[in-house]
Design a protein around this ligand. Structure first.
Ligand code: ADP
Ligand code: MG
Length: 699
């Protein structure tokens, strides 16, 4: 017999084929379980009646018991309208209808007890309720049975077909009435018991129709836990599987290049954090398992050096290494700084990007195949099919989130055995997000900046400070510093009252006629962009006006001031990235956030956080709290590998940690999930079969 939960919804009471099609197309709801797992987004308390005199502006929905005293039809003027005076016995309120007037007049009578339900709105100094729900008092279930009323998200298309929140509620209500035997538990009994979780059936009933908020919370806890737990279990199981099935190249020795580099070429002492991370990586690459590690470190924390030194380990052991960056500019910079670091040590390293000439490309390909080229730095160009290595053993991916899953999977095929992979990101990710997005990667953190750096000072100014800002700019330049100015737009836009790069450029040139200004944005041809960048890098230009194209990678230690126009237009992590362009040299650096006067509360908080801290991890946590995980930079681009229906990474961090450690414990004990009590887990994982599975294998 087909299990109840997997049955198609078409035959449910109140659905039918038309609505079933709509639900599938709009919300992906096909089975009874899909429907039961379509959780309400909010609830309204229907467990009590309100009096009209209790209404105040902050109330969402209320229900009131009373009678209609009088109807008035207004059919003169623009729009036909029906109003009624409704009394709760103490005071009255106006009810208003613009639609369904005929139906209302036929169905409802004066002098009969009704319960109305709706949202009071203030209008002309009085409250009224538009299109209230009305039920006969005598037909209402007792109040204690009413509980909290669920509200469901629906789409415009659904609303046009009258498949609104109320309609969904009406479909789900009878369903949960006789759920008792229909749906089987999805968590093992020992987990339910250990965390005192509500069982699945009860949770589903109560997530839709909770009698009170305590019960609702219990149901929520259980469903959230289940959701987080299965995501973690599936990620960790893939990781385990991969570790057991993919061997890793073994870098058994620390050889000549690494040692000589460390002793003779390294221009400074490594920070303790750098040392620790290199040690972590060394253990991984000596273990016989393929490494998949995420290296998080704030801008300027010295990740490139860690990448370089671990690449040297690969070369010392007879393997080639590659470093892949998201943009040409960044690849270029890595290449230059790596070459500089390496000096005449004898490691062969080349650059491969979209602008590498065919002739150079050809010889480079040959040297790669022959194995005489040890290191390759580049953009996406280096994962193209025609780029073949003799023996690629180690790959570093910088600024990971700009790479798609498919691109990463190509890397795996560059050798008979997948190379070790080190992913570096300068956008610190909150712990909860890292555990989910990169749950299959081991994480290393560089949480220490090289010594002697002066923390960047950040100020938030309103636009009217421009005069004194200009004096400040002049003073800095006279002291030999360089300035970045970042704009949210390239050209003026009538619809948006924002500063733009073109006008900014003109006014900067007018204000500072004796300075040279370089201008960089994404619409420039590559050659022009390079020329403009070079002008600034070489110090010929004192000021660079730019859009956020300079966000990643630009490294000009002499630049000490970052001015961000309309800073309110940028997200926290973007502001932090931009700020990271300065503070790279020995001089005191500054970041100036310019905004308009009128700022939303959230925007003001963003500015405050920027002014308060330079710590990228703190900023990313704040970003998560302010905006929620869906909008975080990095997550939308790479796409969350799964959708969270009920858990929230900003709020449920603790639960996520617990869920992850339970999953880990369990897999340590029974990695194939073969024990009888774990059978249920295996079944559930197979049913969930989200794209997490594919994702886990290749990242
Ligand atoms: P990230 O890529 O993490 O933003 P970089 O690797 O570009 O940072 O390093 C920033 C700057 O700090 C570079 O100029 C680099 O040479 C320098 N640097 C790296 N490690 C150290 C160190 N241990 N001591 C001093 N300077 C360092
Ligand atoms: Mg870097």
């Amino acid at each position: 017999m087909l299990e109840f939960s997997t049955q198609n919804i078409t035959y449910l009471q109140g659905v039918g084929s038309k609505r079933a099609t709509l639900l599938a197309a709009e919300l992906g709801i096909r089975s009874v379980e899909d429907l039961l797992r379509y959780y309400p987004y909010k609830y309204v308390d229907r467990s009590r009646f309100y009096y009209l005199h209790e209404i105040d502006g902050s109330m969402p929905y209320i229900q009131v018991k009373g009678q209609i005293l009088q109807f008035d039809l207004h059919d003169k003027g623009r729009k036909k309208r029906l109003t009624a005076i409704f009394s709760d016995g103490k005071s009255t309120i106006e009810l208003v209808w613009f639609q369904g007037i005929k139906f209302i007049l036929e169905k409802y009578r004066k002098g009969i007890d009704y319960v109305i339900f709706g949202k009071p709105e203030a209008f002309n100094g009085k409250y009224n309720i538009l299109h209230p729900e009305m039920d006969l008092l005598s037909a209402m279930p007792p109040l204690e049975k009413m509980g909290l009323q669920p509200f469901y998200n629906t789409t415009d298309k659904m609303k046009r077909e009258y498949l609104n929140s109320k309609a969904i509620q009406k479909i789900i209500f009878p369903l949960v009435q006789n759920l008792q035997s229909g749906i089987s538990e999805s968590l093992p009994a020992y987990i339910l018991k250990r965390f005192a979780l509500m069982n699945l059936t009860e949770s589903l009933v109560n997530i839709h129709f909770p009698p009170n908020s305590q019960v609702l919370n219990k149901a929520r806890q259980r469903l959230k836990f289940e959701e987080l737990f299965y995501i973690q279990l599936s990620i960790l199981r893939q990781t385990k599987w991969r570790e057991q099935n993919f061997k890793g190249f073994i870098f058994s020795q620390i050889g000549n290049f690494f040692n000589r580099f460390y002793k003779e070429y390294l221009p400074f002492e490594l920070t303790n954090a750098q040392k620790r991370v290199i040690r972590e990586i060394r253990i991984d690459v000596g273990s016989g398992k393929q490494m998949n590690r995420l290296l998080q470190g704030d801008v300027g924390s010295g990740k490139t050096l860690v990448a370089l030194m671990t690449m040297l380990l690969a070369v010392d052991n007879g393997y080639q290494a590659a470093l892949m960056a998201p943009t040409e500019i960044l690849a270029n910079q890595h290449f230059i700084s790596i070459k500089e670091f390496l000096g005449d040590i004898g490691v062969q390293v080349e650059l491969l990007t979209g602008s590498t000439r065919p002739k150079a490309r050809k010889s480079l390909h040959e040297r790669l195949r022959a194995g005489t080229l040890h290191m390759l730095v580049g953009t996406h160009a280096l994962i193209e099919d025609n780029v073949q290595f003799k023996n690629l053993g180690f790959v570093v991916i910088d600024e990971q989130h700009r790479f798609g899953v498919e691109q990463r999977s190509k890397l795996w095929k560059k050798n008979v055995q997948p190379p070790h992979i080190l992913v570096m990101t300068a956008t610190p990710i909150p712990r909860t997000l890292a555990m989910t997005l990169y749950g299959d990667l081991r994480v290393s953190v560089i949480d220490e900046l090289p010594p002697g750096r002066k923390p960047i000072q950040t100020y938030h100014y309103y636009q009217n400070k421009r005069q004194s800002l200009n004096q400040f700019i002049a003073k800095q330049i006279n002291e030999g510093r360089q300035i970045y100015m970042v704009y949210p737009l390239i050209k003026e836009n009538e619809k948006m009252d924002l500063q733009d790069l073109e006008n900014g450029y003109i006014s900067i040139c007018e204000t500072f006629p004796s300075y040279k200004v370089s201008k960089v944005h994404g619409k420039l041809k590559a050659a022009e962009k390079n020329y403009q960048m070079q002008k600034f890098v070489s110090g010929e230009a004192q000021i660079m006006v730019a859009t956020t194209v300079i966000e990643v990678g630009v490294n000009v230690p002499n630049a000490s001031v970052m001015i961000i126009e309309n800073a309110e237009r940028f997200g926290l992590s973007q502001l932090h990235q931009l700020r990271g362009r300065v503070g790279r040299g020995a001089d005191q650096s500054f970041c100036i956030l310019l905004t308009g006067y009128k700022l939303a509360t959230e925007t003001r908080k963003r500015m405050e956080i920027m002014v308060r801290t330079n710590d990228g991890f703190e900023i990313s946590e704040a970003d998560l709290q302010l905006r929620g995980p869906g909008d975080l930079e990095g997550t939308t681009q790479s796409g969350m590998p799964f959708e969270l229906k009920i858990a929230n990474l900003a709020q449920d961090g603790k639960m996520l940690e617990i869920a992850r450690s339970v999953a880990m414990e369990l897999l340590d004990d029974d990695s194939k999930l073969e024990k009888a009590e774990n059978l249920i887990l295996l079944q559930q994982l197979n049913r969930l079969k989200t794209n997490t599975l594919n994702w886990g294998v290749i990242s």
